[in-house]
Design a protein around this ligand. Structure first.
Ligand code: MG
Ligand code: MG
Length: 256
């Protein structure tokens, strides 16, 4: 199903997008050496409840996960890249953390992810990988607008990731979003321009380039949720929810 949002729904999408951005930036600020992933989950839960919003994750039970997720934010560290289940792990200097958050309020969802390193040591290869996913995200947003096609976004994202030398996994990628977190169309992180669904004003999309340093192969952790690189290499993930407007795209989850 593909939804086109009304003006009122777009207003609500901006509000929940700003909330997701605020929570992610707050969690990034608190992600210091010595902080446990379960604390980050509890802080995220408190902010969601304080805002009168609902978690898209806590009861989420898709085919690719084991039962309800049961937590409020995805915390993926180092070789973990997607769907990181918060667990008893204490952040260490140099860790590469990806936080992914989807929240719904007034019937509209927003979804965003950020990656960053923790502590004083700044591993250059990790920073380069994070930068590549952020530039790929910007490139995807730059070509999104009325009349453009999903393949244009996939191609723009994939071109940046490939130029960085990163293998691309097209199993998990971006998606439509609206009254629920995951909707059609799927937006692979590589593809051919001029192909696929044509974008229209009022369409909400979550674009999410992610990479693993030296492989495109994922393995599922024993927790049944967390997806890790098959080689144990580091990974990065960047995501924004955008609205297609009359003349381009508006980023709804931009940090302020
Ligand atoms: Mg997400
Ligand atoms: Mg998403």
């Amino acid at each position: 199903m593909i939804e086109i949002l009304s003006r009122t729904e777009l207003h609500r999408a901006r509000e929940v997008g700003a909330l997701v951005a605020d929570i992610l930036q707050t969690m990034k600020g608190r992600s210091m050496v010595g902080v446990n992933l379960l604390e980050i989950d509890q802080w995220a839960q408190a902010m969601i409840i304080d805002a009168g919003a609902q978690s898209c994750y806590v009861d989420y039970s898709p085919s690719f996960g084991r039962g309800p997720f049961g937590h409020y934010i995805c915390t993926s560290v180092n070789d973990a890249v997607l769907h990181g289940l918060p667990h008893d792990y204490t952040l260490a200097d140099g860790d590469l953390v990806s936080l992914d958050l989807a929240v719904s309020k007034n019937g509209v969802a927003a979804d965003s992810a950020i990656s960053f390193t923790v502590g004083d040591s700044k591993p250059l290869d990790s920073l380069a990988m994070i930068d590549a996913t952020e530039r790929a995200l910007s490139a995807g947003i730059a070509v999104a607008g009325p009349g453009a096609r999903i393949g244009d976004i996939s191609h723009a994202i994939g071109s940046v990731l490939s130029a960085g030398g990163y293998p691309i996994n097209t199993q998990f990628g971006g998606h439509g979003i609206g009254s629920t977190m995951h909707q059609d169309p799927h937006i692979a992180n590589a593809g051919r321009p001029g192909r696929g669904y044509k974008l229209r004003p009022g369409l909400l999309l979550a674009l999410e380039p992610w990479v693993m340093a030296d492989t495109a192969e994922l393995i599922t952790d024993d927790d049944g949720w967390t997806l890790r690189s098959a080689t144990g290499c580091r990974t990065a993930h960047s995501e924004h929810t955008i609205a297609i407007t009359d003349d381009g795209a508006e980023i709804l989850t931009l940090a302020r």
